[in-house]
Write a protein that binds this ligand. Structure first.
Ligand SMILES: [Mg+2]
Length: 368
């Protein structure tokens, strides 16, 4: 590809997010999306774009630390250098800096976008191992609210075409059994139910007990019941429950994935570039998980359409994502009133259309 980087810029953007129905989980309440937009420019003036969907509670990064990391620490190591592939630039970043995955990913995504735009092709055309799917069904998160509010949100999302609901669970003081029962009573057997405890249960016994109480409501997936740093405990829960386990917080990196495969700790891997520290890593991890007999679904830190574009392209292009079976967390349209990109990622029938333009197919709405 031969990509010569001339500049890497990072700017902080506040994206207004709905407060009514905000995602509340065991980890806290997502009521602000203060993110970083990255613009990578090459020697000929071509540009590519990425987003760092920063949240300190999730990855230890804030918008301010990510902007500093990108502009002051990573950019000087990349500007002026020439790379054959985006993954080579990511290797330079990984060699210089531990963790900070969302910052590194925003740069990696921008370089992928730039490289594909220079070639006049979509990133999907560069990575696909199947005919890219034109549309991916979305799974939408319902925060930990009392039963009435849980039903109201479930009805709203169902009316927008969503067929897979992800209930955040495990917050002390709220009865998850009553919440799921109320939604089954209201919407019947058709919606697919998944639950995400965000590591709420401190022991395997507690996790198994909580899952067993919810079995009557027909769970398709249980996401991250155990704390993020307890992969062995997750493997035990998987052995003791009949519902497939989706691993999220416990697998950020390629190394985490190897450990999880060794322990046979999961059935489905939650993947997305920010968490994995780069689109290049997400790509490799999806293939690795598939080779180990697992499959993948897109997870999310409530990216805007800018961050979401790379996620949709990944899910659409790779056979590691059986999206018709396991919907993906692509819910920006339901949480942001305004799209962050031009064109917007189009919401249709409870899912999103795969962008088809050059690169990842979108540019920041406020311009380059
Ligand atoms: Mg999760």
């Amino acid at each position: 590809m031969n990509i010569k980087i001339r500049s890497i810029e990072a700017r902080i953007v506040d994206h207004p997010v709905r407060s009514d129905g905000a995602i509340v989980s065991f980890l806290g309440r997502h009521e602000a999306s203060r993110y970083v937009t990255v613009v990578a420019t090459d020697a000929d003036g071509a540009k590519g774009f990425g987003e760092a969907a920063t949240a300190p509670i999730w990855s230890g990064e804030s918008a301010e630390t990510a902007r500093w990391t990108i502009e002051e620490f990573l950019a000087p190591k990349l500007v002026g250098a020439t790379f054959d592939r985006p993954a080579d630039a990511l290797a330079v970043m990984d060699a210089a800096l531990h963790a900070n995955g969302f910052a590194k990913s925003a740069v990696d995504v921008a370089i992928w976008d730039l490289a594909a735009r220079r070639m006049g092709v979509s990133v999907a055309s560069l990575i696909a191992d199947r005919v890219p799917r034109p549309w991916i069904p979305s799974r939408v998160s319902i925060g930990v609210y009392p039963p009435d509010e849980t039903v109201r949100l479930a009805r709203e999302f169902h009316a927008r075409g969503v067929r897979t609901l992800k209930f955040k669970t495990g917050k002390p003081g709220l009865d998850d059994v009553a919440r799921l029962r109320a939604v089954r009573d209201a919407l019947g057997p058709e919606p697919v139910f998944t639950v995400d405890a965000n590591g709420a249960y401190p022991t395997a016994d507690a996790a198994v007990r909580a899952i067993e109480e919810l079995l009557p409501f027909d769970l398709a997936l249980v996401e991250q019941p155990t704390p993020r740093d307890r992969l062995g405990m997750l493997a035990e829960v998987r052995r003791r429950t009949p519902v497939p386990i989706l691993v999220d917080e416990a697998v950020f990196t390629p190394g985490d994935l190897e450990e999880a495969i060794d322990l046979d700790a999961f059935d489905v891997l939650s993947i997305y570039p920010g968490k994995n520290g780069g689109f290049s890593h997400s790509l490799a991890m999806a293939k690795r998980a598939q080779a180990a007999g697992k499959c993948c679904a897109i997870g999310s830190n409530l990216e805007t359409d800018l961050g979401q574009a790379a996620m949709v392209v990944l899910a659409a292009s790779l056979s590691a994502f059986p999206a018709e079976k396991y919907a993906c967390d692509l819910m920006a349209a339901l949480f942001y009133d305004r799209s962050a990109t031009d064109p917007p990622i189009r919401w249709r029938d409870g899912g999103v259309e795969t962008p088809t333009g050059p690169g990842f197919g979108v540019v920041p709405a406020e311009g380059p």
